[in-house]
Unconditional design. Structure first.
Length: 313
């Protein structure tokens, strides 16, 4: 199998037949074996039935049905797990992404890139939708160091090994380029088409801004410190302890110059407080270290990712 097309679907019954047809058209000329892994994310409309009809008519379709609505990130993750192609392309089901871009993305992978990320150059969404995205992309770039114009575009192509080593949860599909960068990948962003939604409606409101922000903190932590949390917490512990000693010195100086007793000086209590905080932070770091050990050892997770073409594999 050369190519797997993964599509997360939640209540898109009207879009599905058009999407399946557009994908079929886009892939007729590229001479590749392919499968479509449409993932029904517990839709409450007729999407699942429509999907079964499509699959019955076209053997390229290997749909996956989730038992309930787990969210777009989980749906993508399920798609990756079921995909058998060497290259995986993901796109939205709502026809906002254009399947006609798939051959171009695939050719980029064949040029040697590991992840090709779509950039909705002229995006057809409302201003209230676009502005938070713009800000989010800027912040994601600053925080993770992976500066893309459009990190959240679902239309992406992956070398399968890259997609399948991501461990996605929460709202993390928006940070895939940053998460994947941890593995050491060749990443490129290419302009893709974008259309306004014709059928159905967007599944997200403004509340996503907060969820994305919280997940961003997690991603930053995972990328920078998960290998060694004591480094992260310990650093703050040292800062707290150091500042505490400065405060203590000030209190001692005040004792000799102004005759203030230590126990009568709030600064002395601040010193005590900061030492306690310092110890707590170091202990949290140690607990997190134990956690990471369990994580790596119990799940046999590796602290590195090997290229598929390495010798002896
Ligand atoms: N989606 C999903 N599960 C959800 C929400 C959305 O699989 O819980 C799918 C949805 O069907 C669509 C894609 O994720 O294919 C993007 O959703 P949407 O178009 O609502 O997002 P927007 O384009 O507004 O960012
Ligand atoms: Mg959409």
């Amino acid at each position: 199998m050369n190519l797997s097309i993964v599509v997360p679907i939640y209540n898109e019954e009207q879009n599905l037949p058009l999407l399946a047809e557009a994908i079929r058209k886009a892939l007729t000329d590229i001479h590749k074996t392919y499968e479509c892994v449409f993932v029904d994310d517990g839709s409450s409309d007729r999407s699942a039935q429509v999907l079964k009809q499509i699959a019955a008519a076209d053997p390229h379709h290997q749909p996956v049905f989730l038992r309930r609505n787990f969210g777009q990130t989980a749906a993508l993750s399920a798609g990756f797990d079921h995909a058998r192609g060497e290259i995986i392309v993901t796109l939205d089901a709502d026809l906002q992404n254009d399947p006609a871009d798939i051959p171009m993305l695939v050719s980029k992978i064949e040029e040697g890139y590991d992840l090709v990320s779509g950039w909705r150059q002229s995006r057809q969404d409302s201003m209230i939708r676009n502005l938070p995205s713009y800000v989010a992309n800027w912040i994601i770039g600053q925080v993770t160091g992976i500066k893309l114009r459009d990190s959240g575009c679902t239309l992406k192509a992956y070398r399968a090994e890259v997609a399948q080593s991501l461990h996605l949860y929460g709202e993390m599909h928006r940070f895939i380029p940053a998460l994947a960068s941890w593995m050491g990948i060749n990443l490129i962003e290419v302009p893709v088409r974008h259309h306004a939604r014709k059928f159905g409606k967007s599944k997200y409101g403004l509340s996503r801004v907060f969820r994305v922000f919280l997940d961003l903190i997690t991603v930053k932590f995972l990328l920078s410190y998960s290998a060694s949390p004591i480094q992260f917490f310990g650093k703050f512990g040292f800062v707290s302890s150091g500042l505490g000693w400065l405060v203590c010195a000030a209190a001692i100086i005040m004792k000799f110059t102004q005759g203030r007793t230590l126990t009568g000086n709030p600064l002395f209590y601040l010193f005590t407080f900061m030492q306690i905080i310092a110890v707590q932070l170091v202990l949290i770091g140690l607990v997190a270290e134990m956690n990471m050990r369990t994580y790596h050892e119990v799940q046999k997770k590796k602290t590195y990712v090997v290229r598929k073409d390495s010798a002896g594999r």
